[in-house]
Design a protein around this ligand. Structure first.
Ligand code: PHE
Length: 444
């Protein structure tokens, strides 16, 4: 930590970089399949509740821990709580990041395959898109090659000093991705029979409630906002002193949620309209699991003129969105090894890349291992990390630091009531509610 740490210069850059980490496959790939599994509208309702009650306060907390320590995830705890066991929260976060990469990179590899298939025209010529996806899933070698490629691509950005790269790609790419999703949503909801998909998305059906609803929605909220593992601590450590933490967290969360819901508005109306057997569509969506995006979206493109161009464009943007997320994941783990063990940035990148590739190979061979990594990280490790971060900021961290960070040394005016409510949320509401969700999800 001797070298001076870079800070993001432009204001929009700060939001864009954090949003770049948040918006990724979690919104466009994981959110729709979790929503299908969780029964549609009810899942979305609970999900939004989790964003508001856990997501935003915890994102502010992570930013705060990062900016007040200006260190990596684990180093932050060393500095703010020297000689205590809090460092384990940082270490847990690093491990979580590593595990997420183990399956995330495999899905990133799929997006590369789909870019390739789009460009070559083979995707638009395929009528059985489920078979196309299943063929990919049954071919571990093919998945491994593309997964390795994506991991190396991420490593390249980590090595080439990413700050400018992330800022730039997030600033230009995100609005384009957003616009493209809007166009696709319009196409999807104007298909015949799309109404049933919209109903599924927005009209709660209480018979669909599962006992793990809260656990699933909470996990998805943490995953999608990149919370609970110190990603936002690392980003916070690059913020400058004038970045408004609360406002930034609200903006990032809003954008992230909007993209996820938009992805739902593309995928569900399309899936309901294009299915050959409407009676069993919900079961099919649930059974389709991770394939949902990769089957339904190309089916939608085949309903549009110039499908090849649309799908090339879409999967390129998806890969870019995924890249800004994998960069943030790899950055956390790499900087940790680099700063804590005094290993050069190059060597730590090499180490992390090798580890991720090994994990990715196992995940490509075994879908149950893939699912295990997904469930362990999103449903357990991230929320557990978040639970401890709320305790850390709520109970341990000096209130002077908390208030100074929230108000940027009093240059932002918040009422005392607001500051007290924030602390109350972190001290009681967030940890107790999370504990209740864990217990209920596990025993019910
Ligand atoms: N939030 C990212 C996404 O939605 C995934 C991610 C999780 C990134 C945790 C960093 C940390 O795709």
């Amino acid at each position: 930590m001797t070298e001076k740490r870079v800070t993001f210069v432009s204001k929009i850059g700060v939001v864009a970089a954090a949003a770049g980490s948040a918006v990724g496959l979690g919104n466009i790939w994981r959110f729709p399949s979790q929503t299908a599994d969780g029964g549609g509208a009810i899942f979305i309702l609970v999900y939004i509740g989790c964003i508001l009650f856990f997501g935003i306060p915890l994102m502010v907390s992570e930013f705060m821990v990062g900016r007040s320590s200006r260190a990596n995830t684990a180093g932050a705890y060393h500095l703010l709580a020297p000689g205590t066991q809090w460092k384990w929260v940082g270490r847990l976060g690093v491990l979580t990041g590593f595990i997420i990469m183990g399956f995330y990179m495999v899905v990133c590899g799929w997006t590369l395959v789909y870019i390739f298939q789009s460009v070559s025209g083979s995707l638009s010529g395929t009528t059985d898109l489920s078979a196309n996806f299943i063929a990919l899933q049954n071919n571990p070698m093919r998945q491994i090659v593309w997964m390795i490629l994506f991991t190396l691509l991420t490593a390249f950005f980590i090595l080439s000093g990413v700050k400018k790269g992330i800022e730039l790609s997030a600033k230009i790419m995100m609005p384009i991705l957003f616009l493209l999703l809007v166009v696709l949503a319009i196409r999807a909801i104007t298909l015949d029979g799309a109404g049933a998909g919209l109903n599924f998305l927005f009209k709660p059906d209480w018979s669909q409630v599962k006992s793990t609803l809260f656990l699933d929605a909470m996990g998805q909220a943490f995953f999608s906002l990149s919370l609970g593992m110190g990603c936002m601590i690392t980003y916070g450590s690059y913020f400058n002193d004038n970045t408004p933490l609360v406002k930034t967290a609200v903006q990032v969360s809003l954008l992230d949620t909007l993209v996820a819901i938009l992805a739902g508005v593309v995928i569900f109306p399309a899936a309901f309209a294009l299915t050959a057997n409407p009676a069993t569509i919900v079961d099919e969506l649930v059974a389709g699991g991770p394939g949902l995006l990769f089957i339904t979206i190309p089916e939608l493109f085949n309903q549009m003129p110039g499908s090849m161009i649309w799908s090339t464009f879409f999967f390129c943007l998806l890969a870019l969105a995924a890249l800004t997320s994998t960069i943030s994941l790899m950055e956390v783990v790499t900087v940790y090894i680099h700063e804590e063990y005094h290993i050069s940035r190059r060597k730590s990148t090499l180490l992390v890349t090798t580890g991720v590739i090994i994990l990715g190979i196992f995940a490509s061979f075994s879908s149950s291992f893939f699912n295990f990594l997904d469930v362990a990280s999103a449903k357990f490790m991230l929320p557990i990390g978040g639970f401890f971060i709320s305790l850390f900021v709520g109970w341990y961290l000096d209130k002077k630091i908390v208030y100074a960070q929230l108000t940027n040394e009093r240059s932002l005016k918040y009422s005392i009531g607001f500051l007290k409510t924030y602390i109350f949320l972190l001290r009681y509401v967030v940890p107790i509610a999370m504990l209740a969700i864990f217990i209920y999800g596990l025993v019910a």
